[in-house]
Design a protein around this ligand. Structure first.
Ligand code: FE2
Ligand code: FE2
Length: 355
């Protein structure tokens, strides 16, 4: 190889576009390093603040045994959805196994979801709504069906989990209204239950932590890969369905009761899930997203790839996303200064060069 050829080879591998733009390899490294730091921070916080136990932390003998039919249907639905935790973990890990931060986080995530499953099982058992034999049979029937991921790539799954965790949290927060006597519908007036209210609250707090982890991760992609990330978000919103809904026997009844009770239905999905998640992601709104994506699709670069900048800044509050990403780097860095990791390999913010 001549020197000239080597020079041209090197030039070919330089990032294209204006000076200051990061190559994909550099972006990927930054994203991966951020996930690692975020995972370290998350585990520490999870162990310190949310280390509850579904069997020993609750006064199950004092849980009420005379709940309304509709509340029992809702609890049974939660139990069913959380029954697929092994699938959620196993299938998801296959997609993200190459990322240390994401895959290790996911195992921790699974250990928290596993407790949700245990808690709802206790709720069904101690409510006396179902016999232990019935519950065993139902579990068996549920596991006959296998959950499949809605998407087969890490970026789509990241955005999916942002929406899904928020939806789950909304479900549990609204159920908490029934359990604490704050629900609008007098039908549930006799469903106040301090034992279960405590459980629903612990789970809702976990779901908020999950949502935040995925949200931080999603912002990294929106910052470093805005066009691809917005496309993924668009796809996810367009085809969103709650996990396992299609494979749970009797799911329709649960969905109907939950929707009528304003626990979670199409209306809550739009106002309490999508609007909130999009605002947190720095996207200007559902309509703008749909319109912006359409426009973006019309402006590919010469190489046929999506342009990263054009048409993007009016759809995404890019400066806001950058600020949040910087805050994340700062938070991780502060944590890693405490642990000593920052002495050896500090997480340093690098601007995308797109703003
Ligand atoms: Fe959960
Ligand atoms: Fe969760």
């Amino acid at each position: 190889m001549t020197l000239e050829e080597i020079r041209s080879e090197i030039a070919d591998h330089q990032p294209s576009g204006p000076v200051g733009l990061l190559s994909n390899a550099e972006k990927d490294l930054l994203i991966e390093r951020s996930f690692l730091g975020l995972y370290r921070w998350y585990v520490s916080r999870s162990q310190k603040t949310r280390n509850w136990n579904p069997n020993t932390d609750y006064d199950w003998r004092n849980m009420r045994t005379d709940h309304s039919e509709k509340l029992n249907t809702i609890l049974e639905g939660f139990f069913a959805v959380e029954q697929y935790v092994p699938d959620y973990v196993f299938k998801f890990l296959q997609v993200i196994r190459k990322s240390y931060g994401r895959s290790h986080f996911h195992i921790r995530w699974g250990s928290e979801e596993e407790k949700h499953s245990d808690l709802w099982e206790n709720a069904l058992l101690f409510s006396r709504f179902r016999t232990p034999e019935w519950i065993e049979e139902y579990k068996y029937a549920l596991r006959e069906n296998e959950y499949e991921l809605p998407w087969d790539n890490p970026m789509h799954m990241l955005f999916y989990t942002v929406i899904q965790e928020r939806a789950t949290q909304v479900n549990y927060l609204n159920t908490g209204l029934i359990l604490t006597g704050k629900h609008f519908d007098p039908y549930f007036a006799n469903d106040v239950d301090p034992v279960l209210a405590k459980g629903a609250q612990a789970i809702a707090i976990d779901e908020a932590a999950h949502y935040n982890f995925f949200l931080e991760g999603a912002r990294l992609y929106l910052y470093y890969y805005p066009a691809q990330a917005l496309e993924a978000l668009y796809d996810v919103i367009k085809f969103f369905a709650m996990p396992a809904g299609a494979i749970i026997p009797g799911y329709d009844k649960f969905a109907e009761v939950a929707s009528a009770a304003k626990i979670y239905g199409p209306r809550e999905h739009i106002t309490d899930v999508l609007d909130i998640a999009l605002a947190n992601l720095g996207v200007e709104g559902r309509r703008a997203l749909l319109k912006g994506i359409k426009r973006m699709r019309l402006v590919p670069t010469e190489s046929g790839e999506m342009r990263d900048t054009a048409g993007m800044l009016d759809l995404l509050d890019y400066a806001g996303v950058e600020k949040k990403v910087q805050q994340l780097f700062g938070r991780v860095n502060k944590f890693e200064e405490q642990t000593g990791h920052a002495d050896i390999s500090p997480l340093i913010f690098v601007p995308s060069g797109l703003s």
